[in-house]
Design a protein around this ligand. Structure first.
Ligand code: HEC
Ligand code: CU
Length: 327
């Protein structure tokens, strides 16, 4: 039941929605069938041998196998055959594996879109490379991709080793400090998938999730256009006060494009209200969760690199109203 519960979901290698995951699922199926057949044959041979021995030597502890030269020859032939079959099967599976690896990591991958993905303890920073413009699109933990496009992730780490794994889309690739890895993925149908850091990276590793939203190219372009815009200026006194509170308490770690907040210790919050979750998939992005998070992030992710912000209630409300305008 546990194994079945893992099938078919939004974080499942058995429900492929992209080229890499498709190839891996195909390979996995071949392994499953071949190994199941081999296992059944071995078990059948074992049962057969046990029954046969009982029948011939009801009392014997060690039957003398080598009594008859014909039997001996037959046995040797069988063992030789099984050895060769094992070799052929292993070489076949190895070859199939190389085939899949060369599909997942082609030497010269095509690239329609490049996303620099940096691993931080314990969240993901995504920077979209937009050729021919100085505007930058930086977001966190929620990556949008156009369906059918070859999207190359340029993977780096800011601290320790992390690993990107979105099982419905592709295999895993590590994010290693001081090294740049790449992974090119292609999503084949519109869907939202969950990914997970797959390399233990400290206290909140389990809550270092991410979402990948694969959508039609027009919807993706619309999303990108929105993300490209800087934050709107405050349009009422309460929100203006929220921005002041933000500048005084949060700007040392966060960036909001269009304001003086330019720090990159924590996620870029320019469009935080457009995200479905906060804190690397830890919480749905609701006003209550956001308030709880800003007041004391340690409650939700103990050890997280955002300190509890002991703000007077009125200031907390204003800063939450301000965050709400960052759509
Ligand atoms: C010392 C640095 C620091 C300060 C100061 C700080 N934060 Fe953070 N913040 C972080 C880090 C780091 C994260 C990422 C935590 C994680 O998900 O593991 C974060 C995450 C967040 C998130 C979730 C973003 C997302 O998309 O997941 C919000 C919202 C946020 N902070 C708001 C605030 C506000 C509002 C303030 C000021 C009242 C503030 N932060 C002050 C470091 C800081
Ligand atoms: Cu991790």
């Amino acid at each position: 039941m546990l194994a079945l519960a893992g099938c078919g979901g939004i974080q499942s290698a058995t429900n492929p929605g992209g080229r890499g995951a498709d190839a891996i699922y195909g390979l996995w199926s071949v392994f499953l069938v071949v190994c199941a057949v081999v296992w059944l044959l071995v078990m059948a041979a074992l049962v057969w041998a046990m029954l046969r021995r009982r029948a011939r030597h009801p009392m014997a502890l060690a039957p003398e196998l080598d009594s008859d030269p014909n039997t001996k020859r037959r046995l040797r032939r069988t063992v030789e055959l099984a050895t060769v079959a094992t070799l052929v099967i292993l070489l076949g599976l190895t070859g199939a594996t190389y085939g899949v690896v060369s599909k997942i990591f082609p030497v010269h991958p095509r690239t329609d879109l490049t996303i620099e993905l940096t691993g931080h303890r314990w969240w993901w920073e995504a920077r979209y490379e937009l050729p021919g413009t100085s505007a930058s699109v930086v977001t966190a933990n929620e990556i949008h991709l156009p369906v059918g496009a070859d999207v190359t992730f340029v993977l780096r780490s800011d601290d320790v080793i992390h690993s990107l794994w979105v099982p419905n889309l592709d295999g895993k690739t590590d994010l290693i400090p001081g090294q740049t890895n790449t992974l090119t993925v292609r999503a084949d149908r519109p869907a939202t998938y969950r990914g997970q850091c797959a390399e233990f990276c400290g206290l909140q590793h389990a809550y270092m999730g991410l979402f990948v939203v694969a959508e039609s190219p027009p919807k993706f372009d619309q999303w990108l256009e929105t993300q490209r815009r800087p934050a709107p200026p405050p349009d009422n006194p309460d929100v203006r006060h929220g921005l002041d509170v933000f500048m005084a308490n949060c700007a040392s770690c966060h960036r909001v494009r269009g304001t003086g907040a330019t720090a990159t210790v924590g996620p870029d919050l320019t469009h935080v209200a457009s995200r479905a979750t906060i804190a690397a998939g830890r919480l749905p992005n609701t006003p209550g969760n956001l308030g709880g998070w800003v007041a004391d992030a340690q409650q939700q992710k103990p050890g997280v690199l955002m300190p509890p912000m002991r703000l007077p209630p009125a200031d907390l409300q204003s800063v939450l109203h301000y965050l709400g305008t960052l759509r």
